[in-house]
Design a protein around this ligand. Structure first.
Ligand SMILES: [Cu+2]
Length: 135
């Protein structure tokens, strides 16, 4: 049934056209031990598509412990688990294994400066931290 296959695609296009918002795209590289760049500035209420590239030799993650967000989704290049689900203690959490890329999409609903950390044990202490500035 062609109709059944086409309808969801049309719906998605329709919804994104209706929202009238652009998407802010940013890329963050992770390695031992830091984020590059370590400061990102985005607009409040605007969807952010964050590409997380792990150029390191070990697993890293992107965590913001407390942040008011909506419409969170995650996709990984590998089949690694870890996502922003009810099991995560963090509001935003995406884990990326060495050599992989994750895409984290979210919309921040309150302006502020939010601390980014890598929650892999020892990495924060090693200086793996950054800031998400929402204006
Ligand atoms: Cu790390």
């Amino acid at each position: 049934m062609l109709f059944k296959k086409v309808l969801p695609v049309v719906l998605v296009m329709f919804l994104s056209a209706c929202s009238g918002q652009s998407v802010t795209k940013a890329t963050l590289t992770m390695k031992e031990f830091g984020f590059e760049p370590n400061t990102i500035t985005v607009a409040v209420g605007t969807p952010v598509e964050l590409t997380l590239v792990n150029e390191g030799a070990i697993e890293h993650d992107f965590v913001i412990e407390i942040i008011p967000v909506e419409n969170v989704s995650i996709s990984n290049s590998g089949d690694h688990h870890m996502s922003t689900d009810e099991h995560s203690e963090f509001d935003l959490h995406s884990s990326t294994t060495a050599g992989e890329t994750s895409t984290l999409t979210f919309t921040v609903t309150e302006p502020g400066t939010y601390k980014i950390i890598c929650s892999v044990p020892g990495h924060l202490d090693a200086g793996m931290t950054g800031e998400l500035i929402v204006k």
